[in-house]
Design a protein around this ligand. Sequence first.
Ligand SMILES: O=P(O)(O)OC[C@H]1O[C@H](OP(=O)(O)OP(=O)(O)O)[C@H](O)[C@@H]1O
Ligand code: HPA
Length: 252
Amino acid sequence: MITFSAGKRGYLPMTVQMSVMISTEEIQAKVKELGAQIDAHYANSDKELVLIGLLRGSVIFMADLCRTISKPHELDFMTVSSYGGGTVSSRDVKILKDLDGEIRGKDVLVIEDIIDSGNTLSKVLEILETRSPNSIELCTLVSKPSRREIELDVKFLGFNVEDRFIVGYGLDYDQKYRHLPFIGLIARAIHPGDDKAGFIVTTLLGIAGSLVATYGGRLLGLYSEGSAAGFIASVIGAIVILFIYNMVTKKT
Ligand SMILES: O=P(O)(O)OC[C@H]1O[C@H](OP(=O)(O)OP(=O)(O)O)[C@H](O)[C@@H]1O
Ligand code: HPA
């Protein structure tokens, strides 16, 4: 289990616990293996080879993979999106950015980080086939065969994985975690701080809220000297503190 800090949510630091599904070492070994398979496959072709990465997920895999391929090749990119910020394919695959170059007569190798339902790649293949390349093959680091809605012929495959939502090595959840060098599962829901810090901060906030409500209430003439704020007023006091804290931290 790997624990790391993941910025802040509201006024408290977030901590994420992640379990490793595919380690950095396993990924690096597989990338080299795939590079060798790709070199062997295209060794006898006299056509130009172009690797097409689907942004943004494939970028880390593609950057590592292309450096293990000896045959000279071009890199080009397309942006398609089907997941938005969620974990379920919308099946409405949108082409957001097309290729910069021509692929007519070339050997095209499409690079993906993951194939899940197959909707994204099948749409991309449909488009690329209309442009008369010499050949089109698919390469993905990860595949979830049990999720497939559209069958695809994947020539170069890294790992088959079970149906769990994974992140890292290009794979994101809401655009986060792509930078991780391994592929993992978010094991514990993102929570504010560790439990001890959460308890202490919550207690201090409760006390501060009560003080703000008591002295604020006296200033406003709501309480007489010597009487203290009740529970609801203290909660309101705590909310006022959080509001001010968020205003101040947003400005810095
Ligand atoms: O087989 P599918 O069910 O279509 O899912 C696979 C696609 O989902 C992810 O892309 P996403 O739309 O999340 O964009 P991203 O590449 O920017 O992460 C991933 O990179 C694949 O392109
Ligand atoms: O498990 C996943 N993680 C991240 N992105 C994805 N896109 C399809 N499946 C996944």
